[in-house]
Design a protein around this ligand. Structure first.
Ligand code: ATP
Ligand code: MG
Length: 205
């Protein structure tokens, strides 16, 4: 049995995170480990219901953050911890860094409160590695425009919002550079993949 690892991908909407999940899952399987691919908000039946609410219902910023953490607790207890316990590698499309980026950076809520929430909701769990897809908000918006789906509540935010979210993500990387590995997400998908492959190999030699 392999030792489980917890990996997260982060970045602003349209940065290109989800496009590389399957690649990361194959890199994990290539090491003989089971890959559990999941996402936030969501990851459990209750979490997916909360995701619908949080992505589409207008609500107060603190309410929004509390819903995110409620969904996260379910995700941790029902999916992440059991998978790690059996030696699987968990790959989550977003986790707590996203709350710091969106609700603190984007919406201006106090970080201290969320550090407390983080220690309540996942006191002993941090990602082993986080790949932060860093991209200029204008470029991310261009990528999203190329898609035909209807934008959610966050995707309809103004460019200034995503500038703040991006900066808050980069702050998290500066606070914990050994965990948060910044990937330059500009350029073609193959170029980004090559940078990601290199960062993955460095994180898990
Ligand atoms: N390097 C790239 N160059 C051009 N287009 C890209 C690149 N990477 C991804 N895309 C396209 O940009 C769009 C957004 O990518 P993706 O869904 O992976 O972003 P995301 O970070 O997961 O966004 P969200 O946070 O909204 O889920 C998709 O249509 C995808 O095909
Ligand atoms: Mg995505």
């Amino acid at each position: 049995m392999t030792t489980g690892r917890f990996i997260t991908v982060e970045g602003i909407d349209g940065a290109g995170k989800s496009s590389h999940l399957e690649f990361l899952a194959s890199a994990i399987r290539a090491r003989g480990a089971e890959a559990v691919v999941t996402r936030e908000p969501g990851g459990t039946p209750l979490g997916e219901k909360l995701r619908e609410l949080v992505l589409h219902e207008p609500m107060d910023g603190t309410t929004e953050a509390l819903v995110m953490f409620a969904a996260r607790r379910e995700h941790l207890v029902r999916v992440i911890e059991p998978a790690l316990a059996r030696g699987a590698w968990v790959l989550s499309d977003r986790f707590s860094d996203a709350t710091f980026a969106y609700q603190c950076g984007g919406r201006g809520l106090d970080r201290g409160v969320f550090r407390t929430l983080e220690s309540l909701v996942h006191p002993h769990r941090r990602p082993d590695a986080t790949f932060l897809f860093d991209l200029d908000p204008a470029a991310a918006l261009e990528r999203q425009r190329a898609q035909s789906r209807t934008p959610d509540k966050f995707e309809r935010e103004a460019a200034g919002f995503f500038g703040r979210v991006r900066e808050a993500y980069l702050d998290r990387a500066r606070e914990d550079p050994a965990r948060v590995r910044v990937i330059d997400a500009s350029g073609g998908i193959e170029d980004v993949r090559a940078r990601l492959a290199e960062a993955f190999a460095r994180a898990f030699p």
